[in-house]
Design a protein around this ligand. Structure first.
Ligand code: SF4
Length: 349
């Protein structure tokens, strides 16, 4: 793993656009431990960048990797057709500003003499904001425009490839005028974020992965505000605008609570004593790993008139794996579709 840059990077921009004070607030704080989804994303990215072999991937990760490759190839075909171009993976570009350095590392860059295509893979199941409004992508575009001394691009395209979300590919094209505007926008944001008095503005999307969330006065004030919310008995009287605001505060509180629990789990795992708390074993999960052998085992123990159909009541078929193997959608008459209750989600800005 590369050392963490000690300056603002393109991936920090979406959060800084919401809370400019986040950079100063996080200075010197230890990194947050990566969750399983982030670790999975890192493995898939390593294989996509050809710095690791596909054998490190689980079956599901391999499927994500295959989908990323397919979508990337069609993007390259769309932009360059059969024209000759260069390509490289994960090269960090650094640009110096008066406030501090700014860097970014696109997952893949493809370029000829006039055009450039930047690809950013998102391997999770949560859609990211629209490519046209995406600060991270804008930051990567600006770095390519300012730091690639080889040429002056007439246009730069940037595409988010997110195989598990809709749309799977989201592209934005920056022509010369857009590029100049993007440079001004990024410079302005960097200036605000590097300012010593940059304001801290709690926002669920900014605070979610912020390392300062358990100490930041503004984030903690949001928690306090939730405590003085009307009692549950009066909840139905709460105006819609207030309820929406409470939901944002709930998101902050959940993040802080999660951070405390993770820290406690880490310390208890290392043998620390937390009065009244202990780690208990994780939930036990069991699954059949050999369906054939399980069938034989059942067959030996069942009544004489049982047949294979009786066994089928114990069998569930993994729809995703079946469709992957056949490269065909399972016909509707074989599928029962149900939906859970609608889920609450914050609108992407
Ligand atoms: S916790 Fe939230 S408000 Fe505080 S610095 Fe981090 S992002 Fe900003």
């Amino acid at each position: 793993m590369h050392p963490r840059p000690n300056h603002i990077t393109a991936s920090m921009l979406p959060a800084l656009a919401l809370c400019p004070g986040r950079w100063n607030a996080c200075k010197g704080l230890p990194p947050q431990p990566a969750g399983p989804d982030a670790e999975s994303g890192t493995r898939i990215h390593a294989v996509l960048a050809s710095v690791a072999s596909a054998c490190i991937l689980t079956e599901d990760e391999l499927q994500t990797y295959d989908m990323c490759c397919r979508l990337r190839d069609s993007e390259v075909e769309r932009v360059f057709g059969s024209a000759k171009h260069e390509s490289y993976n994960e090269r960090r570009l650094v640009y110096q500003t008066t406030g501090g350095d700014f860097s970014g590392q696109a997952d893949r860059v493809l370029a000829d003499d006039t055009t450039c295509l930047i690809i950013d893979y998102k391997t999770g199941h949560e859609p990211v904001s629209d490519a046209t409004l995406n600060w991270q992508l804008a930051g990567l575009v600006v770095l390519q425009y300012l730091c690639d001394e080889r040429t002056v691009y007439e246009s730069i395209e940037a595409s988010i490839i997110q195989p598990w979300c809709k749309p799977q590919v989201h592209s934005v094209r920056y022509d010369t005028k857009d590029l100049d505007q993007a440079v001004a926008g990024i410079r302005d944001l960097l200036g605000k974020a590097y300012a010593h008095d940059a304001p801290r503005k709690p926002h669920p999307d900014a605070c979610k992965y912020c390392r300062a969330k358990t100490t930041c006065p503004e984030a903690l004030a949001e928690m306090k505000a939730l405590q003085v919310a009307p009692s549950l008995g009066k909840l139905s009287d709460l105006p819609n605008a207030d309820l929406a605001q409470r939901l944002d505060q709930c998101a902050q509180v959940e993040q802080v609570v999660k951070a405390f629990r993770e820290e406690a789990r880490r310390r208890l795992g290392e043998g620390a004593e937390l009065i009244g708390w202990e780690l208990k074993e994780g939930r036990r999960m069991r699954k059949i790993i050999d369906a054939d052998e399980a069938f034989g085992w059942w067959w030996e123990r069942t009544t004489d008139d049982a047949d294979k159909e009786d066994f089928m009541q114990f069998v569930s078929v993994h729809i995703g794996k079946l469709e992957k193997a056949t490269k065909t959608k399972v016909p509707d008459h074989l599928v029962e579709e149900t939906r859970t209750a609608p889920m609450l989600q914050r609108k992407k800005e």
